[in-house]
Every structure is written in structure tokens, then in C-alpha cells.
Ligand binder design. Structure first.
Ligand code: AHR
Length: 649
């Protein structure tokens, strides 16, 4: 080394000493490939995720099946000038799926004093300005009506009519009617009801009442636009569905029985969900698949594997065979061409094009099955799937303890699904070494459910959790970010990962689990600090892993590079309550282009977001003028930082 070189080295060392701990990124050669599917989503019916959440249906208990003894969420509409009674009727069914109807007996009603029924929706009916809703009613009358039925969206006290439409032509036969309801320039509110009323005496039977606001991509049985936008903004590469516990059900009968979720909504009876309420099955198999398509994400299909949550299992062998067939047919529905029976059913349901599918998960959290039957059940399903669809990869459950123990020994699953619900402190402790000692020769790893909780003593389902806000605070986001950095450092092995649960309806009584990534009521939604941390990570990811080393153990991080563009993404997490100045060194980089940027999420640990303060903790992006192959950067206290820079080599 010449004199000038020595002087430079000395100067660099001095600056480093002055600037504090070093974070070194080795950009000379990648340490591995980042899986192209690393960031995805996990979903199931929990916390009113679909009914009362993403699934845009506004009418709660639309088919009167929630309770056999009373019309839950329906009430009578009458006043001093009108009179009405209602009763559930199990002897007057629309079909064998909608087995109950609502008999509405209007004894007294006039134009000025209409009478009928009102639905209170999922914690209110959302009234948006200048919006066209699509309502449908399956109804019959004991005798033909001379005046029409009115459907309307009105304020809770009935004093303000936001939108209304008339339905004529009711007769003794069941018929489906569809109308549009258009609101004007109104102040948005959830304090509204959906009404079906008469202006003359008569008896109407309702089989199903449905109302949708505009949906994502205008799908008739579609999804809420605001929530879909939030998901699309995360750029997920896959969607794990339909659960979770929702796949397994409490009993075999109440598993996610996909065949019963197909066809028009009036063909879906719905079923009890293990989270304590009834699912309409409006979100059926095709809706899940189209949801993936609309996000440009790949389905990751979980198939029922013969275990249900009350500890019931189906013995491997002939007993399991019907469920094996059910799984094969389900896969055929997803990827079979239209000449196959279930591919043709998919076409009949409106989607001739096959969906893309790479991974099939067999069961969910089968460590709960104390009979230890999973190995044999997995083997039977795995063999059948591989025989019929050799191109597919299978995923198995693993044990829940750390290190994770394999549950399947008789076969080699292509991938195993690890779940981590841990406190931030635990994540901060385990992340530096996470997966460092894993067997790189496989199986691949899917972290199919994970989330940092602020306090490990409070279980997600406990009464204590109900006292806390539904979505996590900045403290949890710091744990989430440390774990994501660990997964990125090991992204050659951790092929996919997804936070859980995804959604929570924040109304009292709506949730069964906390924390959850995205909160909402009928009208609006917000992302938690963890949502923004995930978005920052998933939107800024390359395809090559760069090895990182840090002399500061409190700060955790990862780096990836886009092999084509040379863009480097550096993720840094400072969980400390003081700022930390790091000396960043990019080994093998000759210069850094001036268009570097920094995105920062920083807030006190207890800070969080809510419906009223949706962006209290949210990221901000600025340009980074100081980026060089060696430069110092100060991380704010309690922060997650993503540096994006273009390197020249
Ligand atoms: O994410 C909530 C639940 O946690 C899932 O349904 C289950 O798989 C896990 O135990």
C-alpha cells in the first residue's frame, strides 16, 4: 500500500472510531438468493375478517341462519301509524341451502307510515357519498302486491333517507330482485340501517337480503376496496388460505368444506367458524382465488388433512380416503383444465382460466393432534398429491417449540411451516441467530404465521388482550422488523413468510385475537405500525442476499440487492430508546449514486395507530445525500429504517 493509501485507511479508521459501531455489508458477492415469494399474506375467518371485513357484503345474517330462534341483527320498522310482526320460518325455505326465511307480517302501513324490517349491518351500514350500492332480495308474498317493496339505506332513527329503490312484482313464487341504491353528497357515516318496508298491509317472506357497495375490480360477490388497496400496497407474492383454524373447524363437519362454498350466494348455507360466529361462506374457494388474482399473488392452498380442533382425527387409510379425494378435487378446481370435472365446474362458476399453484399445505398446526396420527395422514395426502400433480410442492406442520421438531418422518415434505407468536423481547433475542444452524439441504422453510406481541404474559385470546387496542404498537413493530431482518438474512432457506392475523374489525365484541395487522370498522381502515414495517420491507427487496456484520448488537439488520439494477436495500432496526450512529460500510462498492433514499418509521414504543389517528405512526421517505461506500448514519430511537441506494462496483 502506498503512502496515500495508508493515510486514507487511517482517516477511514479514525472516522469509524468517531462515528461509532460499524455495520458492514459485503457487496462483493451475494451470500444467496432471496426467494421471489418471500413476503405474502395469511388469512382466515377470525375477528370478522371476511363477514364484517374484507368481504364487502353489508347485510348481517343475510339468510337468517345465524340463530334458529331469532332473527339476529334484524329489527322491526314501525311507528304509531303502522304495525308489523316478524318470525323465522323453517317451513318455507327458498331452497335446501337457505333453510330459513323471515316472515314479515305487516298489519298496518301507509305511504307516510311504512312498516317492515331493518338490518343493522356489521356494526352499522357504511354510507359513502355519491356511491351506488347493489342490493338484492329473494322474496315472495302470500298474495300479489299492488304497491312495491321499498329497500333503503336510512339513518338509525329513520329520519334521513340516504338512498332508496322500489321492488315490484312480488308474487307467491320465490323470486330474486336486484336494485341499485344511489347516495348523494352526504357526510359518510356508519350510523345507518338497511330497510325493507311496505306501504300497505301484507305478508312478505324474505329468503336472502344482500347489499354490496362498489367492490375491488367490480366483482359482484366482491371485496372491500379500501382494504384491498392496503393489501395491494404490501405487494404480497402469495396468499395462504383458508386457515389457520378456520381450515380445520372445531369438528369435521365444520371444517372449510370448499364444495359448499361454490356457486351463487343463495346456494351457500354457511357454517360455524371456530372463532365463535357463523360464516356465510360468501368468501368461498373461487373468491379466495380471485382475491389472489386481483393482488397478483399466488394461492398457497391449505387442504384439510383429517384433524379438527376439538381433538378429533380421521385415521389414515380408508377412513381418510374421502378427504384425500376432496383435496385432489380441490386442487383440480384450482389448476385443472376445463376438460376435468372440477376444472369445468370452475369454468361454470365464471373462471375458465386455471390459477397458478406451486405449494399445497397439508393441514395446519398438527402438533395439536395428540394422537400422533399426522405422519400417516400427511403421507397419504402427500403421496396422492404427488402422484396426481407431481409438479406441486407439499408443506407440513412442524412442532411449536424451538428448535422446531419435525412431525413427519415417513416422507420428506418439500417445506415445513413454522409459527412464531412471540413477544418483541423474545424476537429481539432470537433473531440474531434465527435459522443460522438450520440444515441448508432442506426442507425449505415457510414461516406461515408470526407476529410480535408487546407482552408475552398476555395471550392473544385472553381477557387482558381485550383491554388492549386491537392492533399492535410501535414496540411490536420493532420486534416484527427484527424478525423480518432475520428472515431476510436467511432468505435462501426461508422461502415464504406471512404475518397473522391480518385483519380485525375494531368494534366491541368483533375480535377474538390481538394483535392484528389492519384494523377497520364498516367505513374506514388503518394500518398498524407493524403494517407499515412490513410494507417497508416487502416493497424494498432485492433478489440477492448480502452478508451483513454488525459490531453493535442492539441494532439488527439485513441487506439485499437487486442483481439487475444494482440497487441495495439496507434494513436497520434500532429498538433502543436512544439514537444510534452507525458506520455503514459497503464492501466491494466503488461509488454510490446520488439518488439514494431513506424511509423511516420511528415512534415511542407505546405509540400506535387507530381509526381516528390512522397515520400517527407511519413512514416518511427522504433523500439520502450522504450515502457513500463508507458513511455514517444516525438511526433515530425506536426506529425501523430502510436505506435504498444504487451502487456502482
Ligand atoms: O392466527 C390465529 C391462529 O393461530 C390460527 O388460526 C392458528 O393456526 C394459530 O394457532
Amino acid at each position: 500500500m502506498n503512502k496515500l493509501g495508508l493515510i486514507l485507511l487511517y482517516a477511514v479508521s479514525l472516522t469509524r472510531l468517531a462515528a461509532g459501531p460499524a455495520f458492514t455489508i459485503d457487496a462483493r458477492q451475494p451470500a444467496g438468493k432471496v426467494s421471489p415469494r418471500l413476503y405474502g399474506l395469511m388469512t382466515e375467518e377470525i375477528n370478522h375478517c371476511y363477514d364484517g371485513g374484507l368481504y364487502a357484503e353489508l347485510i348481517r345474517n343475510r339468510a337468517f341462519l345465524d340463530d334458529n330462534s331469532k332473527a339476529e341483527h334484524w329489527s322491526v320498522v314501525n311507528d304509531s301509524g303502522s304495525a308489523v310482526t316478524i318470525a323465522l320460518d323453517q317451513g318455507n325455505a327458498y331452497n335446501d341451502k337457505l333453510t330459513t326465511s323471515l316472515r314479515v307480517i305487516v298489519e298496518k302501513a301507509t305511504r307516510d307510515h311504512p312498516a317492515g324490517v331493518a338490518n343493522s349491518g356489521y356494526w352499522g351500514i357504511p354510507v359513502h357519498a355519491n356511491t351506488t350500492y347493489r342490493a338484492s332480495v329473494i322474496a315472495r308474498a302470500d298474495s300479489p302486491f299492488s304497491t312495491p317493496l321499498t329497500v333503503s339505506i336510512v339513518s338509525e332513527d329513520g329520519g334521513t333517507v340516504y338512498a332508496k329503490a322500489k321492488i315490484s312484482g312480488l308474487g307467491p313464487k320465490w323470486k330474486r330482485f336486484e336494485v341499485k341504491l344511489k347516495t348523494q353528497q352526504v357526510v359518510p357515516t356508519t350510523k345507518a340501517q338497511f330497510r325493507v318496508t311496505l306501504e300497505q298491509p301484507g305478508t312478505v317472506c324474505l329468503g336472502l337480503v344482500s347489499c354490496f357497495p362498489p367492490t375491488w375490480n367490480n366483482r359482484p360477490n366482491g371485496l372491500r376496496k379500501d382494504l384491498m388497496q392496503m393489501l395491494v400496497d404490501m405487494k404480497p407474492k402469495f396468499l395462504r388460505f383458508p386457515g389457520g383454524n378456520y381450515l380445520e373447524g372445531d369438528t369435521i363437519e365444520s371444517r372449510f368444506d370448499w364444495k359448499k362454498t361454490l356457486g351463487p350466494i343463495e346456494e351457500r348455507h354457511g357454517h360455524p367458524c371456530p372463532w365463535g360466529y357463523r360464516s356465510t361462506d360468501g368468501m368461498g374457494l373461487l373468491e379466495f382465488l380471485e382475491w389472489c388474482e386481483d393482488m397478483d399473488a399466488e394461492p398457497l392452498l391449505c387442504v384439510y388433512a383429517g384433524y379438527s380442533l376439538r381433538g378429533i382425527h380421521v385415521n389414515a387409510g380408508p377412513d381418510l380416503e374421502p378427504f384425500v379425494q376432496e383435496a385432489l378435487e380441490e386442487i383440480e378446481y384450482v389448476i385443472g383444465d376445463t376438460s376435468t370435472p372440477w376444472g369445468s365446474r370452475r369454468a361454470k362458476d365464471g373462471h375458465p382460466k386455471r390459477f397458478k399453484l406451486t405449494y399445497v399445505e397439508i393441514g395446519n398446526e398438527d402438533w395439536f393432534d395428540k394422537s400422533e396420527s399426522y405422519d400417516a395422514r400427511f403421507a397419504q395426502l402427500h403421496d396422492a398429491i404427488k402422484k396426481r400433480f407431481p409438479q406441486l410442492k407439499t408443506i407440513s406442520s412442524v412442532g411449536n417449540e424451538q428448535p422446531k421438531k419435525l412431525l413427519v418422518h415417513s416422507r420428506k415434505p418439500d417445506m415445513i411451516d413454522e409459527h412464531y407468536y412471540r413477544s418483541t423481547d423474545d424476537f429481539l433475542k432470537m433473531s440474531p441467530d434465527y435459522a443460522r444452524n438450520y440444515d441448508r439441504s432442506g426442507p425449505e422453510i415457510f414461516v406461515g404465521e408470526w407476529a410480535a406481541h408487546e407482552d408475552s404474559r398476555i395471550k392473544p385470546w385472553d381477557a387482558g388482550a381485550r383491554q388492549q387496542p386491537p392492533t399492535p404498537s410501535m414496540k411490536a413493530a420493532l420486534g416484527d422488523a427484527a424478525f423480518m431482518a432475520a428472515m431476510e438474512r436467511n432468505a435462501d432457506l426461508i422461502k415464504m413468510q406471512c404475518y397473522a392475523p391480518l385483519f380485525v374489525n375494531v368494534n366491541p365484541g368483533a375480535r377474538q385475537w390481538r394483535p392484528d395487522l389492519i384494523g377497520y370498522d364498516a367505513l374506514s381502515a388503518y394500518g398498524s405500525p407493524s403494517y407499515y414495517a412490513i410494507q417497508m420491507f416487502s416493497r424494498n427487496i432485492g433478489d440477492e442476499i448480502l452478508k451483513v456484520e454488525s459490531t453493535e448488537t442492539a441494532v439488527q439488520g439485513a441487506a439485499t440487492r437487486d442483481g439487475k439494477t444494482g440497487q441495495i436495500f439496507i434494513k436497520l432496526v434500532n429498538p433502543q430508546s436512544t439514537p444510534e450512529t452507525l458506520q455503514l460500510e459497503l464492501k466491494g462498492v466503488a461509488s454510490v449514486a446520488s439518488e439514494a433514499s431513506v424511509t423511516t418509521l420511528a415512534a415511542a414504543p407505546e405509540e400506535t395507530n387507530s381509526l381516528t389517528h390512522p397515520r400517527n405512526v407511519s413512514p416518511s421517505t427522504t433523500t439520502l445525500a450522504s450515502a457513500k461506500p463508507v458513511f455514517s448514519y444516525t438511526l433515530p430511537a425506536n426506529s425501523v429504517v430502510v436505506l435504498t441506494l444504487k451502487a456502482r462496483f
